[in-house]
Design a protein around this ligand. Sequence first.
Ligand code: PHE
Length: 450
Amino acid sequence: MTPKSKARGLWASRMGFILAASGSAIGLGNIWKFPYITGQNGGGAFVLVYLACIVVIGLPIMLSEFTLGRKTQLNPVGAFKKLAPGSTWTLVGFMGVVAGFLILSFYGVVGGWTLAYIVKSVSGASVHFGSPKEAGEFFGTFIANPVEITLYHFLFMALCVGVVIKGVHGGIEKACDILMPTLLLILFLLMIRSLTLDGAMEGVSFYLKPDFSKISPQVILIALGQAFFSLSLGMGAMLTYGSYLPEEENLLSATLYVVLFDTMIALLVGMVIFPAVFAMGMEPAEGPSLVFSVLPAVFSQMPKGNVVSIVFFVLLLIAALTSGISLLEVVVAYFIDEKGWPRKKAVLVMGSIIFVMGVPSGLSFGIWADVKLFGMNFFDHADNIASNYLLPLGGMLTAIFVGYIWGTDAAQSEIEKHETEFHWVKAWSFIIRYIAPVAVALVFLAKFFK
Ligand code: PHE
């Protein structure tokens, strides 16, 4: 290990890397966001567009990010600077760091909701509902309380800071090793519960039967943004995690595993939520509160519902934390590599700034609910700017960079190090050079000119 890589840290094992990258990908995006935007955008048809975005655009871009990261062993800004010195491409890296700030600012708020619901399940406060409406009102009152929201938001950010301060191997990898497999197990159990509720099948059909009349340019942009968000792409999070990889790692299989795990979890969560939504006679298009009002209502009607509720929200917290730490790590890696800050200082200072930036998002459902610009509050703006614009744009520019500036040949030789054979190289190059950038551009155009 060179002195530099020692200071930055490396993953200790292959599985450790895959779990950490999956930990970044699997998060609130899968469990909280995927069901509510699927519910708002028509169910089955949206799921199909989403899957197409994952396979055609997400997968090849993830491979590109891992490759850029491992090649340069740097943060997003440093990576572009190293491969294209003196060019404006470093701006793409900067955009990633900015997206990291922005996403974590509202992500931390939802992470805080999750923490709060663990506490409320323990005390029994959130599992005594006679109807889903009551559960929804309880949630509405909770997120309107500025003090409680900010306190839990702070605690969530403190947890992220605590893990990231310990560095890549000691903190992030160790945490993900235990947490990710537990998550899968718990989701399976919940799916069985949900599917055996009376009236569950109507939810299954909403979720799996596509109604193509629901697809519009706006729906496609949202599906694309969700693919980037869920896979942690377009802002250098996967690039940064790739930068801690030793050379002998097989980037191809790592990419396949992470995409597979992330997609599996999202699809599984849909099978937990939609059967329950329909069985309870609720509205699938209810928005960000969906998971927080549907599930507590379900838990309330289950024997040992409070235990199930605790388990579920612990799971959600785990998922949120392993993603939150990857967002913070992008920002921190930038200050360590480019500004020479010690890790501790970078984590504490940036963690605090991001927390403060998130406070207005936290207040968006209560005292600042009426502070709106173009009809959207702070929270919606942060999410919309980051997920629907910065990430797809970042992903498109990353594809163009790898396709034309760094070059797919150079990328190929990085991928093929240590006798890895890249059978799909032609298809991958074609997608990176032509399909991915054009597809993202078309989606943007369709949105602006519709
Ligand atoms: N992929 C994470 C999720 O699904 C969110 C995330 C986005 C994390 C971008 C890192 C970078 O919750």
